[in-house]
Design a protein around this ligand. Structure first.
Ligand code: HEM
Length: 323
């Protein structure tokens, strides 16, 4: 009997320790909000019906969230009179899209299980669903991320590499997040879907070294086409162009394009400037299941970056404002 008591006390202690550690888990919402992932998927399906690009936009939003303060929904927070938030930094504004969809998903989840599911988890689910709805793979996600209470404009450039980055800068900024050269290549494969504003790469067309020249690393025929779509700055308009040939479909076209020097950004072309990253671009271009299997593994790593769990952070009531 005494043994039994000791055993019960020990198990209880273990349970408390596990709960306090608050790791992510696959069945985090199993008892308190089993419908959460299905509700988010339904919202994403609906959003995709009216906007085929939304999956790409939300995938990018998740990347920008995770690299700054970890995957804690900090990108969703609005600026206030006393705080300029991440979402207003030029890398995010005006190009990041889809805040309304995350708000809609959160509202739909709150209706069924109020105060349970974090915005950070909703964003992670929605990014995964966005890939799947763009003819990409589906994978299971561990949940239990809590929402951050900090979102600072000035922190964004400390962590997010700009599109003008060379290979050393890219490797360094990914390494700062414990992501390897392989992760860099497979996650850059996120550029298999979506669109870009001309302003994000215009300097490659019109002013590469400050002397009105074109980037020699960019395929001349593509540069010609892009010049037809993107007017020489300064202009009032900022058109969008597809990232690669099939911007609504997850496939190997991005890597095939990079090999033909048709990557849109310096950061895409740069993957050819390191023997190891180049070898992975070649393999990914040739073998879709190689790319997809590795993309999933790297996405899982990225979506678990510096997460807040247990008693850290909060469960926001509305994603765009801290409680
Ligand atoms: C390696 C460093 C990266 C750089 C420098 C970079 C840069 C950019 C830029 C400049 C744009 C265009 C934004 C615009 O003008 O609208 C863009 C779009 C995009 N990026 Fe990246 N990116 C990087 C990595 C990633 C990663 C890791 C992912 C996700 C796994 C990702 C997913 C996307 C997607 C899906 C779009 C299209 C978004 C849309 O259509 O709204 N990027 N990226």
């Amino acid at each position: 009997m005494g043994d039994y008591k000791v055993w019960r006390v020990l198990s209880l202690f273990l349970l408390v320790v596990i709960a306090a550690r608050g790791d992510l888990s696959y069945d985090f919402y199993k008892t308190r909000c089993p419908q959460a992932e299905k509700i988010v998927m339904d919202v994403m399906v609906n959003a995709t019906l009216s906007d085929r690009r939304i999956g790409a936009s939300i995938l990018r939003m998740h990347f920008h969230d995770c690299f700054v303060e970890g995957c804690d929904g900090s990108i969703l927070i609005d600026s206030t009179s006393t705080n300029q938030a991440e979402k207003d930094f030029p890398a995010n504004f005006p190009s990041i899209r889809g805040f309304d969809v995350i708000d809609a998903a959160k509202a739909a989840v709150e209706k069924v299980c109020p105060g349970i599911v974090s915005c950070a988890d909703i964003l992670a689910f929605a990014a995964r669903d966005g890939v799947h709805l763009s003819h990409g793979p589906f994978w299971n996600i561990r949940s239990g991320r809590r929402d951050g209470r900090v979102s600072m404009f000035n922190r964004v450039p400390l962590f997010l590499p700009p599109p003008t980055s060379n290979i050393t800068q890219l490797i360094t900024s990914f390494a700062a997040k414990n992501l390897s050269k392989s992760d860099l290549v497979f996650l850059s494969g996120g550029h298999t879907i979506g669109f870009s504003l001309c302003s994000s790469f215009n300097s490659r067309l019109y002013n590469f070294t400050g002397r009105g020249d074109q980037d020699p690393a960019l395929d001349a025929a593509l540069a010609q086409t892009l010049k037809g779509q993107c007017p020489r700055p300064p202009t009032r308009v900022d058109p969008i162009v597809p990232m690669e040939k099939t911007p609504f479909k997850v496939d190997t076209k991005y890597f095939k394009g990079v090999l033909k020097r048709r990557g849109l950004f310096t950061s895409d072309s740069a993957l050819l400037n390191d023997p190891f990253t180049k070898s992975l671009v070649i393999k990914s271009a040739a073998d879709e299941s190689f790319f997809l299997g590795n993309f999933i593994q790297s996405m899982i790593k990225m979506s678990e970056l510096e997460v807040k769990t247990g008693s850290k952070g909060e469960i926001r009531k509305k994603c765009h404002v801290i409680n």
